[in-house]
Design a protein around this ligand. Structure first.
Ligand SMILES: Nc1ncnc2c1ncn2[C@@H]1O[C@H](COP(=O)(O)OP(=O)(O)OP(=O)(O)O)[C@@H](O)[C@H]1O
Ligand SMILES: [Mg+2]
Length: 419
């Protein structure tokens, strides 16, 4: 073993799991992340006097739940992610600085850091991340691990078919002995954000106005379906990207509370027998919702009837069968035997049950099908983070860290050690 191996496990490792919705961050060995911070930041500019008496434009970033709710005339909401990967490094750096200082109250140079990445992350982006963490944040050691592998570990598996339904996409990722089988990755752009968009369309068609809670100063109690009576909180006129972001939050609450995946292919008559669910909007408008609760999430499992969705986009069941079909015959039984369900959007009530049903009708009778989904929704939302927390505290993992000394000696080449 080279002298550069990181040997310090006396201080806790920090786990970063970054996605389109949020960054989940906290200490290895703990059960849940310490903080969940949106990866969409409020970006605004002002001009400052420069030394040469000219003017410089300075960019400002509003970070985290409270600061992004501040209404500013020119503040745009911008995501630092794209296609599952970090896109804007300046924003990522600011978010990381904020996280250490304000949420973890820790110094980056004191803790090794384990970062997750999506299975299709590019080499250039991994190198950039390594460079940023060692050179800018001076971390003592680092490791990068695929989120699907970690989600499998969190569910006690090193071989699994990992179905991850997040904000921007749903993917089926085969994992074998702790390694992603890259040629078997299949994904679709239908995730939680797509469901949010469908909800928005539904309310627009019904002419129900969507006003985020932070714009409502007061409201009266009104009867079901009566026009709401509310007053608006004073403040600047927000940008349209800010409004969309806040409306998205409102709709996500509706999604969590009201939507449910039908246990068999959607049938209008059956859906009409579903008990109605009462929902009140921040303005006080309230109504009972019935069949729409099943109709909207149906698109995840059967996108064929959704307007504007191409025929090439697969539902969750076909994502899995296609992915398994691209893997070696020998390992197919073990993949079907461990279908791990993870990601925030998989917390929709009935998601795993429907996947089980759709797969059961497609898997050969000789293969045992087992869907593994954590009981609590937080375990499902934090699957990759929890896997990272477990991995970083295993004794056998300590020799895997890429140490600062190794980075200084060999540079980016050391990344080959991260699968
Ligand atoms: N309890 C819940 N019920 C239904 N949907 C939920 C629940 N909790 C979270 N979601 C949805 O999950 C999505 C976020 O999932 P997740 O946190 O896994 O995304 P992410 O990993 O940040 O994004 P991506 O995987 O696209 O990079 C959002 O669309 C949110 O509305
Ligand atoms: Mg994700």
């Amino acid at each position: 073993m080279s002298g550069g191996v990181y040997g310090g496990d006396e201080v806790g490792a920090i786990i970063f799991d970054v996605g389109h919705q949020s960054l989940r961050v906290g200490y290895g060995g703990e059960d849940t992340p310490k903080a969940e911070i949106p990866t969409t930041l409020g970006v605004w500019e002002d001009t400052v006097e420069a030394l040469d008496s000219g003017q410089n434009v300075k960019k400002h970033y509003n970070i985290d739940v409270t600061a992004i709710q501040v209404r500013k005339k020119d503040m745009e909401m911008v995501s630092l992610m794209k296609d599952g990967m970090i896109e804007d490094w300046e924003m990522f750096e600011r978010l990381t600085e904020y996280t250490y200082k304000q949420r973890l109250h820790a110094l980056p140079e004191h803790h090794p850091i384990l970062m997750t990445e999506c299975p299709w992350n590019t080499r250039l982006k991994r190198e950039k991340l390594l460079e940023l963490m060692f050179e800018k944040f001076n971390v003592p050691a680092m490791y990068i691990c695929k989120n699907a592998v970690l989600a499998a570990y969190a569910n006690g598996r090193s071989t699994a078919m990992v179905v991850d339904s997040g904000a921007t996409h749903t993917s089926a990722v085969p994992v074998h002995d702790g390694y992603v089988i890259t040629q078997g990755i299949v994904k679709s752009p239908l995730g939680g954000d797509f469901i949010t968009m469908q909800c928005r369309q539904f309310f627009e068609e019904k002419e129900i106005e969507l006003t985020p809670a932070c714009l409502v100063a007061s409201k009266d109690v009104v009867r079901e379906r009566d026009p709401p009576r509310w007053t608006k909180r004073a403040g600047a006129q927000p940008t349209s990207s800010w409004m969309s972001y806040m409306v998205r939050e409102l709709l996500q609450d509706f999604q969590m509370n009201c939507l449910q995946v039908s246990d068999s292919p959607y049938d209008e008559d059956v859906a009409n027998t579903l008990p109605m669910k009462h929902y009140e909007f921040p303005t006080g408008y309230n109504d009972d919702f019935g069949s729409v609760r099943l109709m909207i999430p149906e698109a995840l499992f059967d996108p064929s009837n959704v307007k504007g969705v191409g025929a090439s986009i697969l539902g969750v069941g076909p994502l899995v069968t296609t992915s398994v079909g691209m893997c070696d015959m020998d390992i197919r039984p073990s993949l079907y035997g461990s279908v791990v369900v993870t990601g925030g959007n998989s917390c929709l009530q009935g998601f795993s049950e429907r996947l089980n049903r759709d797969l059961a009708s497609k898997t050969p009778p000789s293969m045992r099908l087992k869907i593994i989904s954590a009981n609590s929704s937080s375990e499902r939302r934090y699957g990759a983070w929890i896997g990272g927390s477990i991995l970083s505290s295993l004794g056998s993992f300590q020799q895997m860290w890429l140490s600062r000394q190794e980075y200084e000696e060999s540079g980016k080449l050391i990344l080959e050690r991260c699968a």
